[in-house]
Ligand binder design. Structure first.
Ligand SMILES: Nc1ncnc2c1ncn2[C@@H]1O[C@H](COP(=O)(O)OP(=O)(O)O)[C@@H](O)[C@H]1O
Ligand SMILES: [Mg+2]
Length: 337
């Protein structure tokens, strides 16, 4: 049996606004990522994906607060750890996070090599610059990036090159886990492919052991991650292998996400474009019962009152809906005709 490199159990976190309101952005979420495996997290904007990323790294700075649950990174339980300590010891070293739109946040007055010095010196303050340069050059070349990029300012790089630079920089210390938050979303199709190839290379070349890839486009994950988790309104609503999730979705939300996007992916190109009517619920007062009920084609009165657990159906598959899986599949089949 492979061992988990990251294990998050029933993690609950929330934002507290200036007015004292709580926003329940991550609600009893469990995530397990085995050594050598990759997991995709998909769901529409506002469902809590980025908050989950911050939460599962122990990155709790106001207005985000930890409420309950366990976070275990490679056997070390970091729940309740001082976030400043997490920042100094875990981040960049054990686990790296590429925030959404990170490439646009690069300081334009600094050369790329400077960002790398920052990452390395945050953990190993006395590393000589020459050594850092050599490490960076070797790593960039291994990843197919020209070494000249190291001496450039971010404004001199194209969007795709900037993003690949950000990725290479964030994994310079070979963290066990990389969390990439919508790393290809703002890019053209060609750059998008290059970014995804580079992320897969990180796994293949052993620079990282495990990957969490966050996106709002479910079909994009098909060739990228082993498993996919779908997040809706702060909760996980389905998990399974990428293949099952894309070609045999069970939860009506997964099914709807699958039909809602055209992807630049052979064979999936003609997936029909139908936006999901409605919007995710406000997480200040999430509805009781099923949170997807208002937008679900199969909603029954019971859905709004009965709370729904994530049901484990074996083989690494689980989903959160009171309708039996066979009935849902049957309904999808008859829709096609
Ligand atoms: N700094 C913040 N303060 C208060 N609420 C926030 C903050 N950041 C995000 N939220 C809220 O938390 C919820 C989840 O947001 P987010 O994690 O960014 O979702 P996603 O990444 O899936 O788009 C949303 O309702 C969002 O409005
Ligand atoms: Mg996000």
């Amino acid at each position: 049996m492979s061992k988990p490199i990251l294990e998050v159990n029933e993690l609950t976190t929330n934002y507290v606004t200036r007015f004292g309101d709580k926003i329940f952005a991550v609600d009893h979420v469990s995530v397990k990522v085995d050594d050598g495996k990759s997991v995709g997290i998909a769901g529409e904007s506002g469902c809590g994906k980025s908050t989950l990323a911050l939460s599962l790294m122990g990155y709790y700075f106001p207005p985000l607060y930890y409420a309950s649950g366990d976070i275990i990174i490679d056997g070390q339980n970091i729940s309740g750890m001082d976030p400043d300590v997490v920042r100094k010891t875990i981040l960049g070293n054990e686990i790296s996070y590429i925030p959404q739109a990170a490439m646009n946040a690069l300081n334009p007055t600094q050369k790329v090599i400077h960002f790398i010095e920052d990452v390395i010196q945050a953990h190993y303050p006395h590393t000589p610059k020459k050594e850092i340069y050599e490490l960076a050059r070797e790593r960039f070349e291994l990843l197919g990036l020209p070494a000249e990029v190291l001496q450039k300012y971010s404004v001199e790089l194209s969007g795709g090159m900037k993003q690949r630079t950000v990725i290479a920089t964030s994994v310079i210390l070979s963290p066990k886990v990389l969390i990439a938050d919508e790393p290809s979303s703002a890019l053209d199709v060609t750059s998008q492919k290059m970014v995804i190839k580079m992320i897969l290379d990180l796994m293949e070349k052993g620079i990282i052991k495990s990957l969490i890839f966050i996106t709002h486009e479910l079909p994009l994950l098909y060739n990228v991650t082993d498993d996919i988790m779908i997040m809706y309104a702060g909760q996980i609503v389905e998990r399974g292998s990428a293949d099952e999730m894309v070609f045999d979705p069970i939860h009506p939300y997964t099914k709807a996400l699958m039909g809602s996007i055209i992807v630049p992916e052979e064979g999936l190109r003609d997936v029909k474009l139908t936006a999901i009517p409605g919007t995710p619920p406000n997480l200040k007062n999430p509805p009781s019962g099923c949170r997807f009920a208002d937008r679900c084609k199969f909603v029954m009165p019971e859905c709004r009152v009965r709370s729904v657990e994530l049901r484990d159906i074996g083989g690494g598959r689980s989903y959160r809906c009171i309708i039996p899986e066979e009935d849902l599949r049957k309904a999808y089949k008859s829709e096609k005709r």
